[in-house]
Write a protein that binds this ligand. Structure first.
Ligand code: TXA
Ligand code: MG
Length: 324
């Protein structure tokens, strides 16, 4: 059974309820500003196994460890100057830092999938509060079935994971709606392993240097084990950069379409004003909605590849990639 715990009203007991589950090695879905996370104590192997099993996630794909603050991160990873500057500027927030894991870290190898690096993030909201209450980092991948569209509200978590996890903390929809930016700081040159809620421009402005995007073709780049080409994918087929609509298609619009849409099976608008922040907020919930409408295919209007558009296009490209 999965318990739905309310965070939106005057439920003063939520922290006690959730942390009791976590302390028993149970796993709970807890919202962050990006997407809902499926959390378990990072120092409890039983909890970590439950996370992989509930999501049907391959165990070679490591988990992000969520911390209460920079001090907690520094107990588990080797911070460096750039990491301190960025954590200072963006935490709590949608930035995950990949750094060398400390030998004395209590984070179990199952969370880091045996790598000698660890991904750490201090999120906004209840997940960080839980880590603080427990004085322990919480491993939390996105709270969706592996490979499927991420969940940005409690309803979407339940659709994927009901009966497979102990509880869902319902704090309403996530404010950003797209996952964190993952930045590797293991070498001299920082490299973005996954675009996300903090834009490349924002990172470059704070660091005062250009930051490259990881490409799997680049053999010299660090390994990003979870960057599978098919991911975030609805069951329906997807067609990107659509400037027309075929019979039987649903449309994921960005701005007003200038082509006929009267035959669309369904239309979901990411942002009528072509606002990328609004589009990120709507992306996953709209993909889930269109996936359920019975169309042959989802056609997606083009989205500029700047600012948050980089993260949105990354998700759409993987959502449209062939599934192996
Ligand atoms: O916004 C987010 O990042 C959300 C919320 C819950 O915090 N979490 C999230 O987790 O998106 P997940 O597991 O869906 O994606 C994390 C990605 C995976 O692709 C994984 O391969 C990568 O982070 N990752 C984790 N540890 C890593 C490491 N040590 N080195 C490289 N990549 C790593
Ligand atoms: Mg995910």
């Amino acid at each position: 059974m999965t318990l739905l715990i309310d965070h939106t009203t005057t439920n003063a007991d939520w922290l006690q309820d959730i942390t009791s589950f976590l302390n028993c090695g149970e796993i709970c879905a807890i919202p962050t500003e990006t997407v809902y996370g499926l959390a378990g104590r990072a120092d409890m192997p039983d909890a970590l196994i439950k996370i992989y099993e509930a999501k049907k996630r391959p165990k070679f794909n490591p988990l992000i460890c969520h911390v209460a603050d920079i001090e907690m991160a520094a107990q588990h990873v080797q911070m460096n100057k750039k990491a301190e500057i960025l954590a200072d500027a963006f935490w709590p927030g949608a930035l995950t830092l990949v750094l060398p894991k400390k030998d004395k870290s209590t984070v179990h190898d199952l969370a880091s999938a045996g790598l000698d690096t660890l991904a750490v993030r201090c999120p906004v909201g209840p997940l960080a509060e839980c880590a603080r209450e427990l004085s322990a980092p919480l491993a939390a991948p996105s709270a969706n079935l592996s490979g499927y569209v991420s969940a940005t509200c409690a309803r979407d978590v339940l659709d994927d994971l009901k009966g497979r996890i102990s509880a869902v903390l319902d704090a309403g929809p996530c404010t950003i709606g797209i996952e964190s930016t993952i930045l590797s700081l293991c070498d001299d040159k920082p490299i973005i392993l996954r675009s996300g809620g903090i834009t490349r421009d924002a990172l470059e402005n704070i660091l005062g240097e250009e930051i490259a995007l990881y490409h799997s073709q680049n053999k010299k780049a660090p390994i990003a084990p979870g960057m599978l080409s098919s991911h975030y994918a609805p069951c329906s087929k997807m067609r990107l950069n659509a400037d027309t609509l075929y019979k039987g298609e649903a449309l994921l619009a960005f701005g007003t379409p200038v082509f006929p849409v009267d035959k669309a099976v369904s239309i979901a608008q990411l942002s009528a004003e072509r606002d990328l922040q609004v589009a990120s907020y709507n992306l996953f919930s709209h993909l889930r909605m269109l996936d359920a409408c019975g169309a042959d295919q989802i056609a997606v209007m083009p989205i500029p590849n700047e600012g948050l558009g980089e993260a949105i296009n990354d998700r759409l490209k993987r959502a449209a990639a062939p599934k192996y």
